[in-house]
Design a protein around this ligand. Structure first.
Ligand code: NAD
Length: 292
């Protein structure tokens, strides 16, 4: 079975930096790439801040933190992946962008290296087909925030080999995660169920059924959800939520997956949620203030 010691990560956003964090803490060497130098600097600062929090809670020692941080290198050049055993892509949720990334990536890889996508919804089989190694390509879907959430959803493409599946499952467990296996259909398991619920919550705002506060309080206290659906939407990123709804709508051709026009409008406004400071809540105030 492929033994993964050196891990590449493409995209240093909220997911990429979380994957780098848990991998480095689990003893893997990590190479993180982004198109933007500033995204790499921000990712390293975020990882350091999150590890500092673990140190203050005594779940990580100062020494282990330094060792983990020393295992992470960053680059904007794909040649940095030429010694990696596996590369996980965690760039923006746009199929064309991911396809271009995989085409650029493969000439730099060792022949035996595995490739994974952290996509929330795009077909693993289709992404695998642009590479030279569909049998060594897999979906490895981490949850946000990666250091906290226990699940990794593993998605086999039609050509994914058993060795690739076993190596990925072993890696996820080494990172301290529990795995659930999904077939390669739009949204897989978690987002097929979760994101239409979020979209329905946005419809409830759009149709005036309730305010942002009423809807989030209703689901938190009425259904025992740890976060309300609109709070969660802001946390995931409204751009990502919209992309997933579009993938469900296109891939399953069912009008029940129609993205709510209000969600579309928020994304058009650049109101992506926490990461841009405004979504269904305004994060420039403490505590965040509902915007509707
Ligand atoms: P994000 O916007 O925080 O980060 C995306 C990063 O990708 C940015 O740093 C951007 O600069 C970088 N990027 C864009 N184009 C690139 C390119 N050509 N090459 C390299 N880097 C590039 O987004 P995110 O929330 O981290 O999402 C990343 C992926 O993870 C998406 O596929 C998303 O669907 C998936 N995902 C997100 C969540 C979530 O809750 N946010 C959960 C699971 C999976």
């Amino acid at each position: 079975m492929t033994d993964i010691q050196r891990l590449g990560i493409i995209g240093a956003g909220q997911m990429g930096n979380g994957i780098a964090h848990v991998a480095a803490q689990s003893g893997l060497d990590v190479v993180m790439l982004d198109v933007k130098e500033e995204a790499l600097a921000k990712a390293l600062a975020t990882i350091t801040k999150n590890m500092d929090r673990q140190v203050s809670k005594a779940t990580l020692t100062e020494d282990a933190k330094h060792q983990a941080l020393a295992r992470i290198t960053t680059s904007t050049d794909y040649a940095a992946f030429n010694t990696c055993d596996m590369v996980i892509e965690a760039a923006t949720e746009k199929e064309e962008l991911k396809r271009a990334i995989f085409k650029t990536l493969v000439p730099h890889l060792k022949p035996e290296a595995l490739v994974a996508s952290n996509t929330s919804s795009i077909s693993i089989t289709r992404l695998a087909a642009v590479t030279d190694r569909p049998e060594r390509f897999i979906g490895m879907h981490f949850m946000n925030p990666v250091p906290v959430m226990k699940l990794v959803e593993i998605i086999r493409g039609i050509a994914t080999s058993e060795d690739t599946f076993q190596a990925t499952d072993t890696l996820a467990k080494r990172l301290g995660k529990t795995t659930a296996t999904a077939e390669d259909f739009p949204g897989f398991i978690v987002n097929r169920i979760l994101v239409p619920m979020i979209n329905e919550a946005v419809y409830a705002v759009y149709e005036g059924v309730g305010t942002v506060t009423s809807i989030d309080t209703g689901l938190k206290l009425g259904a025992n959800h740890p976060m309300g659906p609109l709070e969660l939407a802001d946390f995931i990123g409204l751009d990502t939520c919209l992309s997933i709804m579009q993938v469900l709508h296109d891939g399953l051709s069912d009008s029940k997956y129609r993205p709510c026009p209000l969600l579309v409008k928020y994304v058009e406004a650049g109101w992506y949620g926490r990461k841009t400071g405004r979504g269904f809540y305004d994060y420039t105030t403490t505590p965040p203030r509902p915007t509707r």
